[in-house]
Design a protein around this ligand. Structure first.
Ligand SMILES: [Cu+2]
Length: 133
């Protein structure tokens, strides 16, 4: 095929790739409820630097001393990095206090606004997708 046709094809594919993260994203309000603020405290069990969002999991003890594994959504990896995080910032076993909003479906998931280390009191912004905060 001609160079022009190839250029159009490459450009088109670029647009397609650029559209993927947007498609994979959800609106905050589709999954989380800004009227249900929540704060959890527990120890980190897993850290996933995934697209379109970084997810962190924490073991939280409820009122009946039962341990529940909560997952909290942070911003996209690049947004999180821009707020001072890197892959070594949070370690498995760290005790954290996470502030954010509950999932609408009542599952043990939330969207995080900030993460605070229980031991040092250090706190970092989580890159929430809640634009209404
Ligand atoms: Cu998203």
């Amino acid at each position: 095929m001609g160079l022009r046709k190839l250029a159009v094809l490459v450009f088109g594919f670029g647009l397609f790739l650029a559209a993927i993260p947007a498609v994979a994203h959800h609106a905050f309000s589709a999954e989380f409820d800004s009227n249900q603020p929540v704060t959890i405290r527990g120890r980190v069990t897993k850290i996933a630097w995934t697209n379109p969002h970084v997810w962190i999991y924490v073991n939280v003890q409820d009122e009946s001393r039962k341990v529940v594994n909560w997952g909290f959504e942070m911003g996209a990896p690049q947004q999180v990095r821009n707020r001072g995080w890197d892959r070594t910032t949070l370690k498995t076993g760290d005790e954290v206090i996470v502030d954010g909003w509950k999932a609408r479906d009542g599952s043990f998931r939330m969207n995080a606004r900030s993460v605070k280390w229980a031991e040092t009191g250090k706190s970092l912004d989580a890159g929430t997708s809640n634009t209404a905060q």
